[in-house]
Write a protein of this length. Structure first.
Length: 184
């Protein structure tokens, strides 16, 4: 546990320096070396994906700090820094906040489920399709994968919006062609 705690402290500092929060740390033995898995996420109520540049920054900073410290006890290690996958359970308030605008499945303590668009997270609970599910009734939650996500539920300003804007600009910049396929 001492190794994991030492890595957790270094990883937390590295994540903070990149504007991220530390989600999880795991250190496992694999033969003569150790596998260090670090999961980072956006802070509290940020919406969108974790920028890969920020993940790379955490990896570089943490690798250097691990090399400079005795946290690994001199043992060789493999460092893996990643962001949570879509299958991460929604267990903390900030997980729910990050999932706003997404399709979620809420498993209730009475065994029932409610699936719908998460629109709000309040002190009372989560608002799914206009209905509040109070925290006391929430057993767990999970983001549902959507392949054709409707625009109305997407948070504004995400990477997809930037790509769409770039495509629109390229289309607007293209020369117009007349009906016979020649330039007009």
């Amino acid at each position: 546990m001492a190794v994991t705690d030492a890595v957790r402290g270094l990883a937390s500092d590295a994540a903070g320096a990149a504007g991220l929060v530390l989600e999880d740390v795991a250190v496992q033995s694999a033969g003569r070396r150790r596998i260090v898995r670090v999961v980072v996420d956006l802070p509290d109520d940020a919406v969108g994906g974790v920028p890969m540049d920020a993940v790379a920054e955490v990896s570089q900073v943490l690798s250097q700090r691990l090399d400079d410290s005795d946290a690994m006890g001199g043992a060789p290690y493999v460092l893996e820094v990643t962001s949570p996958g879509v299958d991460r359970p929604l267990t903390e308030r900030r997980h729910w906040l990050r999932a706003r605008g997404r399709l979620v499945r809420v498993t209730l303590r009475d065994g029932g489920t409610q699936t719908g668009r998460l629109t709000e997270v309040t002190d009372d609970g989560v608002v799914v399709d206009g209905r509040t599910v109070v925290w006391e009734d929430v057993a767990r939650g999970r983001v549902e994968v959507e392949f054709n996500r409707p625009d109305a539920g997407e948070p504004a300003g995400g990477a997809d919006d930037e790509i769409d804007d770039e495509i629109d600009d390229e289309i607007d910049d293209e020369d117009e062609f007349d009906e016979e396929g020649g330039r007009s």
